[in-house]
Ligand binder design. Structure first.
Ligand SMILES: Nc1ncnc2c1ncn2[C@@H]1O[C@H](COP(=O)(O)OP(=O)(O)O)[C@@H](O)[C@H]1O
Ligand SMILES: [Mg+2]
Length: 374
């Protein structure tokens, strides 16, 4: 539904000129909720604004539903109001002097649609977002969640093919933010609209997305489902940005095969691991293992590989888990254990680094071309 090819964008002039998008390429499948995730300043909003036609890139191509809306070579540039998109911004930009109806009808009134059509379309879309019956309420009399829904209704009233959402939840308080995740997801599923969702919040991205594009410093790092990116990221950046992880450095001594684990030499001895991407012999690599994937034993487990000995440095009771720091030689591992397993500082423990949970990644990341495909 949305195709972006080799997008390049600069801001500023001469010495001040900064390269903000460095060749972004991606394909967004029809009907999916597709998230741009990355730290602040990595270029998420700029990419979204290029899709909306609010920024003009220097190079590249953008097509929506097969129709080019931007192509640097062919000098194609379709203006914002001619692109089949609806947008919701961080500040909802709802008119305070208007009612719910007037706010939602606004995009239709400026296009001078007939009154009867406006009435019908606004009623339909208010029903979709669950604001039916609140037509005459003045905007200032709405709660945060209701304002959000007005913004969505207004973005949808023109029946766009693509919905663009730029950090739409960041102005809400923590509880409402979590609740609105479910609401957005349910709404998106119900009307099955292709949606681009921008956020820097990794848990929001995991919760809501069909696919996530991880971005960093103007580049696309990798694309995958929340499950793929959390459990088998192929890049170190993804592993550390999405959730908490432990990284153990080493050198590959055996690459492993289809079902056979690879082997890596680390300061903690030789460990078995599953390669997330192709790794060569002698290549510098890291093992990434999540804190919740490390079982803790108080006695040394027999007959298992990948067991390391450590000392509990800190154990914080979190209610549903203990969050521990465990010293293994000069390395500190984050480990989450069951709340019934009493953990006290100074205690000696054994950690089972299950090879299936040890994700082998290149220490020096390389870009893989396959990520460009949907
Ligand atoms: N209008 C602008 N003029 C100059 N620099 C800009 C402008 N808009 C964004 N930038 C810069 O471009 C980079 C990417 O910004 P942005 O796309 O807003 O990042 P994100 O949305 O991921 O936080 C940042 O370094 C930002 O400072
Ligand atoms: Mg932004």
């Amino acid at each position: 539904m949305v195709q972006i090819e080799s997008l390049e964008k600069y801001f500023g002039e001469d010495k001040e000129r900064v390269h903000v998008l460095k060749g972004i390429s991606l394909n967004i499948p029809e009907g999916s909720l597709y998230t741009f995730l990355g730290p602040s300043g990595c270029g998420k909003t700029t990419t979204l604004r290029c899709v909306a036609g609010l920024e003009r890139p220097e190079r590249g191509k953008i097509a929506i539903d097969g129709n080019p809306v931007f192509a640097s070579g062919e000098r194609v540039y379709v203006p914002t109001n001619k692109r089949p998109i609806g947008m919701v911004f961080q500040s909802y930009a709802i008119w305070p002097h208007m009612t719910v109806f007037q706010n939602v009808a606004y995009p239709l009134t400026i296009h001078r649609r007939p009154k009867s059509e406006i009435k019908k379309r606004v009623e339909d879309v208010l029903r979709i977002v669950g604001l039916h019956g609140l037509e005459d309420r003045p905007a200032p009399k709405l709660s945060g969640g209701q304002q959000q829904r007005v913004a969505f209704a207004r973005a949808l009233v023109n029946e766009p093919k693509v919905l663009l959402l730029d950090e739409p939840l960041s102005n809400l308080d923590a509880k409402l933010r979590v609740q609105m995740r479910f609401e957005i997801k349910a709404l998106q599923r119900r009307i099955n609209i292709t949606t681009i969702f921008v956020t820097h919040d990794q848990s929001e991205a995991l919760a809501i997305s069909d696919q996530i594009a991880v971005m960093h410093a103007g580049k696309l790092i990798e694309v995958g489902t929340p499950h793929q990116l959390y459990s088998r990221p192929t890049r170190k950046f993804t592993a550390t940005f999405l959730g908490l992880t432990n990284l153990i450095e080493g050198k590959v001594i055996e690459m492993g095969g289809d079902s056979k684990p690879g082997r890596i030499e680390t300061k903690k001895g030789i460990l078995s691991f599953i390669p997330a991407t192709s790794l060569g012999r002698n290549q510098a690599a890291v093992i990434s293992i999540r804190p919740e994937h490390i079982p803790v034993h108080k006695e040394k487990p027999q007959g298992l590989d990948n067991v390391v000995e450590g000392t509990v440095k800190e154990a914080i009771f979190m209610g549903d888990a203990y969050h521990c720091q465990i010293a293994v030689g000069d390395m500190l591992l984050a480990v989450h254990t069951h709340p019934f397993l009493n953990m006290s500082p100074g205690e000696k423990v054994y950690l089972y680094l299950d090879p299936q949970s040890c994700n082998g990644l290149p220490a020096e990341p390389r870009i893989r071309k396959e990520w460009m495909k949907p």
